[in-house]
Design a protein around this ligand. Structure first.
Ligand code: NI
Length: 173
């Protein structure tokens, strides 16, 4: 797996709309890719990043809400086990949609299972910002973006910025 040129992939690159493949091999290449994803996340001041956003269509994401002392956590082959609680609206952005924000409605409680970089399974639950980030990043692994989920008014308001990204993409970046 070549990761030497890891960089952020923007809408409308088709890799963002693909269903990502499960990770089957937990090797050094996977660890290197995870490190690169953490680097890209930090560089762009995001709180989460999914592998398709650096051009790798595999089921892995990283989350760090940047609370004090928090370290990046890698989720490989994540599964949402349970969502519950109130559906809450909150403003979200996405590193693959620069300058675009919108209100997205998500359940407030999430229980998730995933593997770490050694293939060990773990489970976590959250009723704070982590829950929202996990759902946002997990969406990326199924080719779903906030454009599909945001409040219609916000989608309308972001139309010009989306068109701009699309024209940049069509002209070759
Ligand atoms: Ni995103």
């Amino acid at each position: 797996m070549s990761t030497s040129s890891c960089h952020l992939v923007l809408h409308p690159d088709p890799v963002l709309r693909a269903k990502a493949e499960p990770v089957e091999v937990f090797d050094e290449g996977l660890k290197t890719l995870a490190e690169e994803m953490i680097r890209v996340r930090k560089e762009h001041a995001g709180i989460g990043l999914a592998a398709p956003q650096v051009g790798h269509s595999i089921r892995m994401f990283v989350c760090n809400t940047e609370e004090e002392g928090e370290e990046d956590r890698i989720f490989v082959n994540p599964e949402i086990l349970e969502t519950s609680g109130d559906l809450e609206w909150a403003e979200e952005g996405c590193l693959s949609l620069p300058e675009i924000h919108g209100s997205v409605r998500r359940p407030s409680f999430v229980r998730i299972r995933a593997q770490d970089l050694d293939g060990n399974t773990f489970e976590l639950e959250s009723d704070d910002l982590h829950a929202r980030v996990w759902l946002h990043e997990n969406d990326h692994l199924d080719g779903v973006m906030i454009l599909d989920r945001m409040r219609p008014l916000d989608r309308l308001a972001s139309r010009r910025a989306v068109k701009h990204l699309e024209s940049i993409y069509q002209s070759g970046g």
